[in-house]
Each structure stands twice: as structure tokens, then as C-alpha cells.
Design a protein around this ligand. Structure first.
Ligand code: GLN
Length: 577
């Protein structure tokens, strides 16, 4: 039977609970345990798919087309497993399932109530992912202890301990220890209150993870241990890290995984566990080995060593909330690690692009990413940026909407299709080079949401000899999608005659998946969202190619930016891609 670790948060939201859960997952996986992670979100939307990115940050798309919380991106990047839509449930989706059962008469005339029906459905979601092949399920509860909406989730996870046995469950509570400038002190009172609140719901935390902006002294840990009734070794300090991939190592130093393994009887819980990997260890699940963190340490070292500056502009419409582009930003950093390059992001508000072309800010970019998005705002700025990159030879990568604006720009300015646009932004465009496919039109006219999007993983065939095929090193690739509109097949020949290469298409040849421009250092776009598949130790090839090309531009054109300690003259002017 799988062991369960529940991660709750207190004091404030945005504490980095997701990163704590993801890091713990990495540590347990490094012990040879089979780990999966799940997020339960107390809001009422069925999923974050309909939420404005300003509200909720990025919508992370899983292989099976789930539109999920951005924490799933952290989970995938840290534990290096592809998760499914089942790894994210919301209050809305839980109520929807319960109400559907009620309508089918499955409750046999009973009064349907929060306890036990909603809580049973929550428990079902948790048990559902605790498959035979799983040793440990980490479940993060979104929101903060004390919220009204969180109560059914706390009740459900409290009950689970009784259902599956005390030795199979533990609770990790993440809180904030603020520093008060005037008195020069770190304060534990918010943590005490938060633990009291959790206890009032029947949950005594086994471990407390303290988030803080500076190290926590041992005396403070002793105090929290005493007042919150957890052993001192279970009070874990988690100080802000300069690089988020350092967090697993820091938590390991603090003994988090060792303690939890001991509590859950996963191996000896120490360096030199009993090493059983045959699944026959006592209690069912595999026994953890001593953690092998050498690979992760090497990755963190590589990230620390990444020092060659490379300036990449992110031309977006949600740039005021960087979380809206979380996976894109991470994928760029991963690309940087591969080259020893430190990617400096220039957040460019798409609506301001025209002005920035005049004042030189765009010219100073080494590379550009035009990310995904919905709605007309900012699109003209993105089109202008794509054109600037094309004409000035600036490496440019378009993602989903990014590909669409590149096609619009090329149609208008290179293929003579004046006024070309996407039907999403101009229903009466003279040349709708981006449009809904015929079979989608009717569905979209009936409903604005759900059902109509191309979601999840789709294959693409890459043209032999194309830049895309060279970048991927393969002619058949699989990427995750989240969009309604496509390159309009009616204009494909016209665009190709003008020099655009549609270097990736769906296996049936109907849909354009990738574009590129020959003779340019790198001007490529994909209809997919490759950022979701990038891993810190395995950068996605497209992001790696962009950083490589941007580095070529940085070192060739702006040597004054290069750190003399690390600059190697023979690397200058390398044109990659
Ligand atoms: N708005 C565009 C579409 O629906 C692009 C979507 C995206 O970038 N994810 O096709």
C-alpha cells in the first residue's frame, strides 16, 4: 500500500508549498522510491483553464490534455515524471462529480452532504492515484489553513490517516517565519497560530517547514518544537534559495526526507537504508535506499556555473505577473544551463513594442520569445516584434500564439497579404491566415469554453533536412497543445512561395505544427507549448536552440557585456542553428 504525505500551508499564500512538495518528491525519488504528486485546489472553477492568467498564473497542460495548476509544472520538472489530469482536482470538479452521482440516483435517497459525500469524493481522488506502482503519494492542499474552502479537504485528509493506517500517513505543514526589521527579530507566533488552526481540524503536523528570508536559529527551532509539539528534528528550515533547484538539497541537509522515511517506515530513513527494491519489504511498498543526489548536485552546480549573460526578451501580454509564463521562463533557464549561460529576461509588454523599437531596447536583445496567449490585446505589438526579429536577424521563438503572430507578420510583410490576421482578432480580416478549422467552427459558435480546444499531446512530422528536424534530432515529435486556432491551409502555399517553411505538420498533413525561415539565425515557431516538457537536466531542444543562437548574437555583437573571467574568444561569433 502506498504511503501518503499531505502538505498544507499556513500564515500566507504563495509560500512555495508547491516547491516544497516537488522537492520532497525529488528527494524520495532519489531514494529509489516511486513517487507521484497531486494538487487539490479549494476553488470552485472546474480547472484553471477558464481563469485569467493574471488571476492564477500559467495553466499547465498535461499529456492527456488536463488544464492544471502551475504547481504541476514544478512537480514534473522536479520528479521528472509526466503527470495526468488526475493529479489536480478542485472543489468544483469534486462537487460536479458528487452532483452527477446524485442525479444518477447513486446515493439511494440519502441526503447528500459535505461530510461524508464531498469528503468521500476527495478521498477517492487521493486513493485513485495511489496505484499499485506507487510507493509514496504526495498531496498538496492549495490555499491556506483557516480558509473556509479548505475545510472539506482537511477533514478528508484527516480521515485518511484512520482509513489507511497511522504508519502510512504523515502531515507536513509549511509556514512563514517573518522578520521584523525594527526589532530585528524573526517571529514564530504566526506559525503557532497556524498549527493551532490545523489542530482544531484534528490534524497534528508531523513536520513543520519554516519558510523565511534568512536562516532560522536553532533556538527558534527549539521554541517551535516545544510550542507546536513536533520533535526538533522535524522542524525544517527552508530559506529563500537563489535558485529553486537548490531547494531539494537544502531540505535534505535539514534532514526532511530522512525523518519522513523513518516516520513512514520507508527503509531505515537514514543514509544507508536497507536498500530493498524488490517490493517485498515489510509493509508492502519498496524500501528506500540512501538518497543518490549526485545527479541533482551536478545540475545545481551547472546552474551556478551558468554565467555568460544572454538577454532574452519575453514579448508577452501578461508580463506584470511573471507566473503567467512560469514554464517558459524555466525552459529558458534550462536552455541556459546547457551553454553555461545566464539568461537575463527582459519582460517586454507587447503593447509597448512599437515605442521600444525606436528607443533601441529591442535591438539590444540577443533573442526573443513570443509566448502563448488569448485575445487581441497586445497582438499588434507581438506582430511588430516578430517582424523586427525577422528583419534584424534576432533569434526568435514563437510558442502557440507566437507562431500565429509570426505567420501573420510574414503574410503581411513578406507574402503581400496586406491586412492578414487571425480570425480570433479580426472576424472580417481580408486574409484570415489563422482560423478555426471547419469542423471546429460550429462547436465554437455554441460555446466559448471547454470542448473546443486542441488540448494535450499531438504528434508532428518534421520535414527531413529542416532546421526543426536538426534541432529536435528527430522527424517525429510529440508536444502538448492548448489552442483553438490553426494556420489556415488555404494560405499555406502562398506563404511557402514567399519563403516560409512549414517544417512540421500533423501526420495527416492537415495542420501546420512548426514554421521556420531559412537564412535567418533562428526564426522558428511551434503551434505547441514545448515549455511544458523542458526539464532542468534535459532542456527542451527548441529552448536550447534559442539560447544557443542568442548567445551567438551576444558574443558576436556585444562583447562589452561578456564577463572577462568566463569569456572565451573562440566562442565569439558562433552562430548556432
Ligand atoms: N489564442 C490562440 C488560439 O486559441 C493561441 C492560444 C495559445 O497561445 N495557447 O489558438
Amino acid at each position: 500500500m502506498a504511503k501518503h504525505i499531505f502538505v498544507t500551508g499556513g500564515v500566507a499564500s504563495s509560500l512555495g508549498k508547491g516547491l516544497t512538495a516537488a522537492s520532497l518528491g525529488r528527494l524520495l525519488k532519489s531514494r529509489g522510491l516511486r513517487v507521484t504528486i497531486q494538487k487539490l485546489d479549494p476553488y470552485i472553477n472546474l480547472d484553471p483553464g477558464t481563469m485569467n492568467p493574471f488571476e492564477h498564473g500559467e495553466v499547465f497542460v498535461t499529456d492527456d490534455g488536463g488544464e492544471t495548476d502551475l504547481d504541476l509544472g514544478h512537480y514534473e520538472r522536479f520528479i521528472d515524471e509526466s503527470l495526468s489530469r488526475e493529479s489536480n482536482a478542485t472543489t468544483g470538479s469534486i462537487y460536479q462529480a458528487v452532483i452527477a452521482k446524485e442525479r444518477r440516483g447513486e446515493y439511494l435517497g440519502k441526503t447528500v452532504q459535505v461530510i461524508p459525500h464531498i469528503t468521500d469524493e476527495i478521498k477517492l481522488r487521493i486513493r485513485q492515484i495511489a496505484t499499485e506502482d506507487t510507493d509514496v503519494v504526495i498531496t498538496e492542499i492549495g490555499g491556506t489553513v483557516g480558509d473556509i474552502e479548505i475545510l472539506p479537504f482537511l477533514e478528508a485528509v484527516r480521515q485518511i490517516r484512520k482509513d489507511v493506517g497511522r504508519d502510512n500517513v504523515c502531515y507536513v505543514h509549511v509556514t512563514l517565519v517573518p522578520y521584523l526589521g525594527p526589532s530585528g527579530e524573526q517571529k514564530t507566533k504566526p506559525t503557532q497560530h497556524s498549527v493551532t488552526e490545523l489542530r482544531s481540524r484534528g490534524i497534528q503536523p508531523d513536520v513543520i517547514v519554516l519558510r523565511s528570508d534568512r536562516p532560522i536559529s536553532n533556538s527558534l527551532k527549539t521554541k517551535i518544537s516545544l510550542l507546536c509539539d513536533v520533535p526538533e528534528e522535524a522542524v525544517i528550515s527552508n530559506v529563500d534559495a537563489p535558485n529553486l533547484y537548490e531547494i531539494p538539497l537544502a531540505l535534505h541537509e535539514e534532514g526532511l526526507d530522512t525523518y519522513l522515511c523513518r516516520l513512514l517506515h520507508l527503509g531505515q530513513g537514514g543514509e544507508g537504508g536497507d536498500g530493498r527494491e524488490d517490493g517485498l519489504g515489510e509493509g508492502g511498498p519498496r524500501q528506500g535506499n540512501a538518497p543518490d543526489l549526485s545527479h541533482w548536485q551536478a545540475l545545481v552546480h551547472q546552474a551556478e556555473m551558468a554565467s555568460k549573460p544572454v538577454r532574452v526578451g519575453l514579448i508577452g501580454k501578461y508580463v506584470n505577473l511573471p507566473d503567467a509564463y512560469l514554464s517558459v521562463v524555466e525552459a529558458l533557464h534550462h536552455g541556459g544551463y546547457a551553454y553555461g549561460a545566464r539568461v537575463e529576461l527582459d519582460w517586454v509588454q507587447a503593447e509597448e513594442v512599437e515605442g521600444l523599437m525606436v528607443d533601441g531596447r529591442l535591438r539590444d536583445l540577443d533573442g526573443m520569445v513570443i509566448p502563448g496567449g488569448f485575445g487581441a490585446r497586445g497582438v499588434e505589438g507581438m506582430v511588430a516584434a516578430a517582424g523586427y526579429a525577422r528583419e534584424q536577424g534576432i533569434p526568435c521563438l514563437g510558442l502557440c500564439l507566437g507562431l500565429q503572430v509570426m505567420v501573420i507578420e510574414f503574410a503581411r510583410n513578406a507574402a503581400g497579404l496586406t491586412g492578414a490576421n487571425s480570425r480570433e482578432f479580426a472576424s472580417a480580416a481580408p486574409y484570415p491566415v489563422i482560423d478555426l478549422m471547419n469542423d471546429q467552427r460550429e462547436v465554437v459558435s455554441q460555446s466559448n469554453y471547454g470542448g473546443t480546444m486542441r488540448l494535450g499531446t499531438y504528434p508532428a512530422r518534421l520535414s527531413p533536412g529542416s532546421k526543426m528536424a536538426a534541432i529536435y534530432g528527430s522527424e517525429l515529435v510529440f508536444e502538448r497543445h492548448r489552442h483553438r486556432y490553426e494556420v489556415n491551409p488555404r494560405y499555406r502555399t502562398r506563404l511557402e512561395q514567399a519563403g516560409l517553411v512549414c517544417s512540421g505538420e500533423s501526420p495527416d498533413g492537415r495542420l501546420v505544427e512548426m514554421i521556420e525561415l531559412p537564412g535567418h539565425p533562428l526564426w522558428v515557431g511551434t503551434q505547441a507549448h514545448p515549455e511544458f516538457k523542458s526539464r532542468p537536466d534535459r532542456p527542451h531542444p527548441l529552448f536550447k536552440a534559442l539560447v544557443g543562437a542568442a548567445l551567438g548574437r551576444a558574443e558576436g555583437r556585444r562583447p562589452h557585456l561578456i564577463d572577462p573571467d568566463t569569456f572565451q574568444p573562440e566562442e565569439a561569433n558562433v552562430a548556432v542553428g
